[in-house]
Design a protein around this ligand. Sequence first.
Ligand SMILES: [Zn+2]
Ligand SMILES: [Zn+2]
Length: 152
Amino acid sequence: MDVERLLMPETYNIPRICQKCGGVMIFKGLGEYRCEDCGEQAYDDYGKVRAYIEEHKGATAAQIEDAIGVSQKTIRRLLREGRLEVAEGSRMFLHCELCDKPIRSGRFCPECEVKMHRSMEARDREHAHKELHGFSLGQKGDEGHKRFTRSL
Ligand SMILES: [Zn+2]
Ligand SMILES: [Zn+2]
């Protein structure tokens, strides 16, 4: 996870130098940057996609790519990481990795997430007596279950 975070700056085309004056771009949050010297604003890929989706609710990955030049691969990656969510009422373009059901963010639908947690718990129980430090997966499973019921 930490390694991925370190790699992210190169992945999302973060603006570092102001296009106008050559000043240093300061991170403002949510993919937005502002020049230290002249106040010029710029966005990384995440910021660009975010801004575009705010204006064009329900845009597909292909439309976003055409409009702002951020690749569909990058968009999917942002969705998988949970940094973006497919808008309410939009045509879904992300699918559960297990059952292929349309989802809004992350990698699995709520049902499969619950299933995954259950099998992880079962596996954990099997190995519990062999391992020195058990993980508290039981608790995570409960959370998954709550999330599932709430989304219904
Ligand atoms: Zn500047
Ligand atoms: Zn699924």
